[in-house]
Design a protein around this ligand. Structure first.
Ligand SMILES: Cc1cc2nc3c(=O)[nH]c(=O)nc-3n(C[C@H](O)[C@H](O)[C@H](O)COP(=O)(O)O)c2cc1C
Length: 325
């Protein structure tokens, strides 16, 4: 399939794997890229820029296809070594960066000077327009249903994607709630040039996470996610578990007075415990409502092959058939 996104990134299929903390390692990024999509390594999961350089080199050993790196800009007091991570990206010859979390304007000149395409992930049309205005090459538009941080506007993709299409000139990927061929065809119908998936890629054979995590996603329904940290205006969609229920009870009890320190036990240091050790009640970890559409654990190749075959059947069979009738 050819879209503005496949052309821009030099990939065969308009399907991207979003950056995911403690999931987006070289093994997954390479598997997605080898299957014709765009795999992404998550920079901040690597403790230092040197570790990121090693992860990039490892990925290059696993695929000769294009892959990218996610740079998430966090509003934290102790800023990660972003110049160091960017140096590792440039020296590692990576040509695609997914930015997220905050306006990437400060880092765009150095990325662009080095021939890197920047796709910025955002949750609002106004942020997407800002990204376009500052020179991002593409955006990922993340609807309210997404796993991770949906922002504070709560606009789902049935509205957000056509709104983005009305306003944007640069290509965009539909993100949040995407799982299969139906998602891809719908995203293209609403004006997107491809789709970005997070949760779906965790439940794949190559995702280097504990088996408990994959099984939890397969077992979950679309009713099993919760929104946490809304009172802190740092809303995150997570899979419900005992730790999350404890967190929500604290939010209810403390109301508007809640501070990050009050919930630190349920949010800090949770990812390695969940993703590496499979401690499923440890606390808040991002997961999308799309878990309700995930029923198996295929390889990335099987997943992407199936999506493309079924997308063709939907377009040529179901949709054209309706017109012919
Ligand atoms: C476990 C997990 C961790 C994530 N970590 C990050 C991250 O570190 N940086 C980022 O930009 N997005 C992160 N995301 C968001 C994804 O890149 C993607 O935008 C989102 O999962 C799309 O929604 P979906 O899960 O419904 O497909 C994460 C998502 C999940 C599920």
């Amino acid at each position: 399939m050819k879209t503005r996104i496949t052309e821009m990134f030099g990939i065969e299929r308009p399907i991207m794997q979003g950056g995911m903390h403690f999931v987006g390692f070289a093994e997954l990024a390479a598997a997605v890229s080898n299957a014709g999509g765009l795999g992404i390594i998550t920079a901040l999961t690597q403790r230092t820029p040197e570790d990121l350089a090693k992860e990039i080199a490892k990925c290059r050993g696993l695929t000769d296809k294009p892959f990218g790196v996610n740079l998430t800009f966090l509003p934290s007091v102790n800023q990660p070594d972003y110049p160091g991570y960017i140096k590792a990206i440039i020296e590692g010859g990576v040509k695609i960066v997914e930015t997220a979390g905050n306006n990437p304007v400060k880092w765009l000149p150095v990325l662009k000077e080095n021939g890197i395409k920047v796709v910025h992930k955002c949750t609002a049309v106004r942020h997407a327009l800002k990204a376009e205005a500052i020179g991002c090459d593409a955006v990922s538009v993340d609807g309210f249903e997404c796993g991770g941080h949906p922002g504070e506007d709560d606009v789902p993709n049935m509205i957000l994607l056509p709104r983005a299409a009305e306003e944007l000139k640069i290509p965009f990927l539909a993100s949040g709630g995407m799982a299969d061929a139906r998602s891809l065809v719908a995203a293209l119908a609403m004006g997107a040039d491809g789709m970005n998936m997070g949760t779906r890629f965790i439940a794949t054979k190559e995702a280097p996470v504990h088996e408990n995590v994959k099984q939890a996603i397969v077992a979950a329904s679309e009713l099993d996610t919760r929104l946490v940290m809304r009172p802190l205006r740092n809303t995150e969609r997570v899979l419900n578990n005992a730790g999350v229920e404890k967190l929500l009870a604290k939010e209810k009890e403390l109301g508007a007075n809640i501070k990050f320190e009050d919930i630190i036990e349920e949010v800090a240091g949770v990812y390695p415990r969940i993703m590496l050790n499979g401690e499923m009640d440890a606390g808040a970890w991002s997961c999308g409502m799309v878990a309700g559409l995930i029923h198996d654990i295929p390889t990335c190749q099987e997943l992407l092959d199936r999506i493309m075959i079924e997308a063709t059947q939907i377009i040529r069979g179901r949709l054209e058939g309706m017109l012919a009738a």
